[in-house]
Design a protein. Structure first.
Length: 714
């Protein structure tokens, strides 16, 4: 196909800003360079332009207050940007970029992925008719510009906060969010489903899936492309190639080289000057001569595409997608031209438009940062310096990494695997210490699990570190490749339980339920960071079967650590009593034990002295401990930060089978409620979940027949 073009069908008389005389009665040229008043100028210099077009492109002055955004101020919905000129669209992109930087500086959140797709977002919303046309943002962490342009600008300052905008696209939040996301690599499957539904229902809207080169490393993306090539429905896939495949991290030296063969194939493609020249030629021919030149251009284009084979990058075409690219993803003119062209084709089938962007584009501190400022806390816009709180303790993630390094120092069979999450799992530290023994497999949790199974089957000791919610994606592999074969893979499940701002997509609610139902799996959870270190040591010794341990997002509680951070293995299947009492027993599983301790303290003021136990193991259960708690107390309450079907269910099952529920014992299981809990502050989430110390205390009081006191707590 020729990338040609009569650029953007302009109808300037309809331009929204020209039809808004109150605000913009002045000449349109005003928007080419936006002059800040002396008052808003960073240095008080009269007439300093805070957003301006220079020879090399648009520049934003981030040194002072948020610059004026006169054009963006006229855009509430995509319909308002239909008639903007190419120049206006560029200006809109610059203003949008400023809006996002200044807003995220105040809230924290995902920054650089959004900055990288500003031009793409503007071009998509200019050309396509959302919400009828569907845009599906893969992962969705780059959707901030989309949210701003689709009626949510005034709420951007609430993003990721309790009752505020979600950090990812969410169908409940806006009709413009065609598909919810958070986990990666789903956009092509969902887009294909929508395209086929459209065909069956006799509609004619466009479907556009936007997927990053990182998300493109997952198997599901290929499964979807393979199917798209076969079904031949009209579907547009935009591959956003910014050369960052794994989640970058600021915890170590900087981003790692992108993993996987796809990334090098894409690089080769972009590096081919011959290919690019041909593309340019095709473009300029059609631009100069107009639509009549299609045939010529198509030939040049076909030849150019032939080049792809020479560079070994025909993968997309072999899967049946029509490949267009590479395109400069920051050139709105080109993007608009191509989108219009593809949109006007009657039956293009599945098309893949490969765009090249820079993560953090247009914000110098992000461009320069080792991690491109992927995920940030509040920061100073001038310098990009983040206001990170000094915490007295490290994160659970770091204690895990530290403990694993200690085990690996004395056991050269230990290897570590993560799925594009070196920073998030702490394994970057391990990688630094043992570069040969650490594997970043890309966003490919299924592969990570079976790869670990392969390593285990040859006698190595793999630790597979995957967030609780992401491991859901590798579940069949956990069952079929690991547990069924009783292979000793150790699963370190970070972000277990509620996770705060990331919300329900990232909430580790289900791992206890999905792991503890497996016949061979040993399932454990530490109640604090010292326990975590011991559990890493325990896992290292379990050689005859798989095991897993879960730990939460956030920091340790300040527990005294074992010498040199080297753990001592626990006896498998044994819990411990933390506090002896009577009448009431509280049995916590995992880090929620801290809330149980808080509850026990509160209960003292009601003259109640419960026994408090830390289960440590969900499987095998410490049946001696549970039997004791059940027979020596009137009330037994289990508490866990996980869904129904987890620890409490296993305890109840054991108690019922052993007849211990046939007598006077009152048993209650406190678990996460049977609904998804929205993003928000961790304390708010805990309140909503009903698992705080107060809630535990209230449960005890009402079971003891003291409902008034219980109510007073609420
Ligand atoms: C299934 C799954 N695994 C891991 C992640 C964590 N994660 C979020 S963004 C990201 C990198 C995505 O890279 P890419 O798609 O190229 O987007 P970019 O951030 O570079 O714009 C990862 C690994 C996830 N969201 N989903």
């Amino acid at each position: 196909m020729a990338v040609s073009g009569s650029l953007i069908g302009l109808n300037k008389s309809l331009s929204p800003y020209l039809t808004t005389p109150k605000l913009y009665s002045v000449n349109k040229r005003q928007f080419i360079t936006v002059k800040a008043s002396a008052a808003t100028s960073s240095d008080g210099e009269e007439g300093k332009m805070t957003i301006r077009k220079e020879k090399e492109g648009w520049k934003i002055d981030f040194s002072g207050e948020k610059p004026p955004t006169p054009l963006l101020d006229t855009i509430n919905y995509p319909v308002h940007m239909k008639n903007l000129s190419a120049h206006d669209l560029e200006q809109l992109a610059a203003e949008l970029r400023a809006e996002i930087v200044y807003s995220v500086a105040k809230t924290g959140g995902h920054l650089s992925s959004s900055l990288g797709v500003v031009e793409l977002t503007v071009a998509l919303h200019h050309v396509f008719n959302t919400p009828d046309d569907r845009i599906i943002w893969d992962v969705g962490h780059q959707a901030y510009p989309h949210k701003v342009l689709t009626g949510r600008r005034s709420k951007l300052h609430t993003i990721r906060q309790t009752s505020g905008l979600a950090g990812f696209p969410k169908r409940d939040e806006s009709v413009y969010d065609a598909f919810g996301a958070g986990h990666s690599s789903t956009s092509i499957s969902a887009g294909l489903g929508m395209a086929v539904a459209r065909d069956i229902l006799g509609k004619d809207n466009n479907v556009i899936s936007v997927i990053g080169d990182g998300a493109m490393t997952a198997g599901q993306a290929y499964e979807a492309m393979n199917n798209a090539g076969f079904l031949d429905s009209n579907l547009i896939v935009v591959l956003n190639d910014n050369k960052q495949v794994s989640l970058p991290t600021a915890t170590l030296d900087g981003p790692a080289t992108p993993v996987g063969a796809l990334s090098s194939a894409l690089t080769k493609l972009q590096a081919s000057p011959k290919f690019r020249q041909l593309r340019e030629a095709a473009k300029s021919i059609t631009k100069q001569i107009g639509p009549q030149a299609h045939e010529v251009a198509a030939k040049v284009d076909e030849y150019a595409r032939g080049m792809l084979s020479a560079t070994g990058s025909t993968l997309f075409e072999e899967l049946g997608l029509y490949y267009i690219g590479p395109v400069d993803g920051h050139n709105i003119d080109d993007l608009v031209t191509i989108f219009q062209k593809v949109k006007s084709m009657p039956a293009p089938g599945p098309v893949l438009i490969h765009i090249v962007t820079e993560k953090g584009k247009g914000y110098p501190p992000a461009e320069a940062a080792a991690d491109k400022m992927h995920g940030v806390v509040k920061f100073d816009t001038k310098t990009g310096k983040q206001f990170k709180k000094k915490e007295p303790t490290l994160s659970y993630t770091q204690y895990f990494a530290e403990a694993l390094i200690k085990e690996a120092e004395v056991d050269d069979k230990i290897v570590a695997i993560h799925a594009a999450m070196g920073g998030g799992t702490g394994l970057n530290y391990f990688q630094k210490r043992f570069p040969e023994r650490c594997f970043d497999v890309g966003i490919a949790e299924q592969h990570a699990v079976t790869f670990a199974a392969g390593l285990a089957s040859e006698g190595l000791k793999p630790f597979c570190a995957i967030y609780s919610s992401f491991l859901q994606r590798g579940y069949d592999q956990v069952v079929h490749d690991v547990d069924l074969q009783k292979l000793p893979v150790r699963f370190a499940m970070d972000r277990a339980g509620l996770v705060g701002a990331d919300g329900p997509t990232h909430c580790g609610a289900f791992d206890v339920a999905y792991m503890a139902c497996l016949p061979n799996m040993i399932v454990m959870a530490p109640s604090d960071e010292a326990e975590l270190i011991h559990m890493v040591a325990t896992a290292a010794t379990i050689d005859d079967r798989p095991c897993c341990f879960r730990f939460p997002r956030g920091n340790g509680i300040g527990k005294v650590l074992p010498p040199n951070n080297k753990g001592i293995p626990f006896e498998v299947g044994k819990g411990r009593i933390l506090m002896g009492g009577d009448k009431v027993a509280i049995l916590g599983y995992g880090s929620i034990v801290q809330q149980c301790l808080g509850a026990a303290e509160m209960l003292k003021s009601h003259n109640i002295y419960p026994t408090l136990a830390d289960a440590r193991f969900c499987k095998p259960l410490d049946i001696d401990l549970i039997r004791r708690l059940a027979t020596e107390h009137q009330i037994l309450i289990t508490v866990e930060e996980g869904s129904i079907g987890g620890f409490g269910s296993h305890v109840a099952h054991f108690l019922s089978l052993s007849g211990l529920l046939d007598g006077p014992l009152k048993l209650r299981s406190m678990v996460l409620p049977d609904r998804y809990i929205d993003h928000g502050a961790p304390a708010d989430q805990m309140e909503e979940a009903g698992l705080s110390s107060r809630h535990i205390c209230a449960t005890v009081l009402s079971l003891l027949g003291r409902p008034k006191e219980a109510l007073q707590l609420k």
